[in-house]
Design a protein. Structure first.
Length: 141
């Protein structure tokens, strides 16, 4: 049986907008399950269900209390948007989030490669400028 999760949200928001940004520091501001559920307009049991499915993995305190980061809240907000505004079921949400996570990892790897290449090119430009300066100085002598 498919479960439909209802949100108290009144107006649909763009799929990847609204709520905390995943660009925020990943552990900035931690929220216990009741606060996170209230922020999202869902029952705490819904968040436990998402955790059992592996859709979100909150950190835990030494006392085993769930703590949701701003990145977790943003991810949960995305899940709610997919379910409530696009009609995606939980299996679809899992696939979409997996693809999104994979895309983010690929983008990070690509950015690292670009930065490494930029550093190499800048070093080569410095080396060539130094060689050109040496040649021009030698010509002047």
């Amino acid at each position: 049986m498919a479960h439909r999760i209802y949100s108290s949200e009144k107006e649909p928001q763009p799929l990847l907008d609204g709520g905390p940004s995943e660009a925020d520091p990943p552990h900035s501001g931690c929220f216990v399950i009741s606060v996170a559920a209230e922020m999202l307009g869902v029952h705490p049991q819904t968040l436990r269900h998402y955790e059992r499915l592996g859709l979100v993995i909150p950190s835990r305190t030494d006392g085993n209390i769930r703590l949701y980061s701003t990145a977790d809240i943003a991810r949960l907000h995305r899940i709610q948007q997919l379910i409530n505004h696009l009609g995606v079921n939980l299996a679809g949400v899992e696939v979409i989030l997996h693809m999104h996570d994979q895309l983010e990892r690929m983008q990070q790897a690509y950015a690292q490669q670009i930065n490494a290449l930029r550093a190499e090119y800048e070093a080569e430009i410095r080396r060539l400028k130094a060689a050109l300066d040496r040649v021009l100085r030698e010509r002047e002598l």
